[in-house]
Structure formats: structure tokens, C-alpha cells
Design a protein around this ligand. Structure first.
Ligand code: MG
Length: 258
């Protein structure tokens, strides 16, 4: 069964990385919640996609250049009720304390595109402190960050392969790069995915998933391919499609017979 990851807590249904979205995801029949992390000037880790607050809140500035109090004072756009501040990582862990949904934690670079210094160990420590590390898979677009994750933890790592990287390196180049940092799972944009690409990745002994599957045709394509996991901004839609997908129907029938 293809797993569903609620991307940023379901951005197209609940706003981008909102309390409402994460709370809703915690109660959904999905397998994972995807989120992104950035550190503040005073060392607090926040759950936010962009490195700056400009697009998503009523304030501006790079998170890494602000204090935690300043980030908390920013009101999130389209927060759909409930708390309107950006959550820190401890707060996110509290939202999922009683949920079976696993974490898909993306380590983001700063506004300059470079990894934050010494960020990975601090994220791992925070997840461990909250009792969530064993329920966390990590992801990154950055090879350097994947390498650093591999040095710091045995938890699974997923390489998010962007369309230009896939085009320039080719499938064989991507597989070789992934192997060079010990990563055994890649995710590509759903629009780049097809059966041939997936088979080449599987033949290399790697797992294959897709991200940015937000529309019905994109989500159905992922389920038809049978990819390991999709990341979607519309988790409720993905759940509904999965429930009526033939593969899921067959599985439910088997479970009922068992
Ligand atoms: Mg992400």
C-alpha cells in the first residue's frame, strides 16, 4: 500500500505548516507528516517551510536572524483557527504525542542555500528528548545534509531529488550519488515519475517515492504506479482516493477475509 505523507500538515487544506493542519493530520488515517525545520538566533528550532517569515506571516526576516520570541509574535496567514503562531519542534511533538503518524522531518538550509552549522545534531537531540526520534524519518534535498545525518543517526534518510538534479545526473548518477552517502530511498516530483524510472530505482535496491502530488490525477498516478510513499498538500483528498483505489479495495477485501 502506498503510504501518504501530509506535506507541511496539508498546506492546501489547512494553510502552510499551521497548528490546525498538524492537529488535523495527527487524527487522519495517514502514515506520515512532513515538516521542515529552521533554527532561531537563540537556538530554538521552528517548524516552518521557508527560511524567512515573509511569505507566510505578517512579519518578515530570516528565522535564523530572529529570536524565538520574535518568531512566535508573527501571525501565520490562513491559520484556520487555533493558535496562530509558528510552532516550535517541541510543540509539534506535543501535537503528535498520542498519534500513530510518523514524522518525515526535512532538514532545510538557510536563506543562503547552505546548511545551518551544527543544526543536525540539535534536531536529533530535540527529537530524542521528545521521545520521537524512533518515529522519525529524515529527508533533505542536500547531499551534504544527508551525509551529516548519516554520521549522526541510524534513522532512515530520504533524498529529495529535484527535477534539475534528476535531469543533469540521470538515473544512474542519482543512484550513485545516493549510494555515496548511504541513502537507500529517493523521492522525485510526481511529474517526473514513471514506471521505467521507478523500476530502475527498485532494481538498484532502492526505495522510490514521490512528492508534490496534490491533484487527483497526480495522486491517482502515484497509487497506480504503487510508489512507496507520496507527499501531498491535500491529505484528505489522498485518503479518499486511496480508499477507492482498486489496490486498496483488494487489500481491504483480503483483510476482511483473514
Ligand atoms: Mg519539506
Amino acid at each position: 500500500m502506498t503510504r501518504i505523507a501530509s506535506h507541511r500538515g496539508g498546506t492546501l487544506e489547512f494553510g502552510d505548516s499551521t497548528f490546525a493542519g498538524f492537529s488535523a493530520t495527527a487524527g487522519m488515517p495517514v502514515e506520515e507528516v512532513e515538516f521542515d525545520l529552521h533554527p532561531t538566533l537563540d537556538g530554538v528550532i521552528f517548524v516552518h517551510h521557508d527560511p524567512t517569515l515573509d511569505r507566510t506571516t505578517d512579519r518578515s526576516g530570516a528565522i535564523a536572524g530572529l529570536t524565538a520570541d520574535e518568531v512566535r509574535a508573527a501571525i501565520v496567514n490562513h491559520s484556520h483557527g487555533g493558535p496562530t503562531h509558528t510552532l516550535d519542534l517541541d510543540e509539534l511533538c506535543a501535537v503528535f504525542a498520542d498519534s500513530p503518524v510518523l514524522f518525515r522531518c526535512e532538514i532545510k538550509p538557510g536563506a543562503d542555500g547552505r546548511p545551518y552549522p551544527d543544526f543536525v545534531p540539535r534536531v536529533i537531540d530535540a527529537l530524542e528528548r521528545n521521545g520521537r526520534l524512533h518515529k522519525t524519518h529524515f529527508s533533505s534535498f542536500l547531499i551534504d545534509t544527508l551525509r551529516e545525518l548519516g554520521e549522526e543517526t541510524d534513522r532512515p534518510r530520504l533524498w529529495l531529488v529535484s527535477p534539475p538534479v534528476l535531469q543533469q545526473a540521470g538515473v544512474d548518477g542519482v543512484i550513485a550519488l545516493a549510494r555515496s552517502v548511504g541513502v537507500s530511498e529517493i523521492g522525485v516530483n510526481i511529474d517526473c515519475a514513471d514506471a521505467q524510472l521507478m523500476q530502475r530505482v527498485l532494481d538498484a535496491g532502492m526505495e522510490f517515492g514521490c512528492w508534490a502530488a496534490h491533484t487527483t490525477p497526480q495522486i491517482e498516478k502515484a497509487f497506480d504506479l504503487g510508489v512507496k510513499v507520496i507527499t501531498t498538500d491535500r491529505p484528505s483528498l489522498a485518503v479518499a482516493i486511496r480508499e477507492r483505489h482498486p489496490e486498496a479495495s483488494a487489500r481491504i477485501a483480503r483483510e476482511r477475509q483473514a
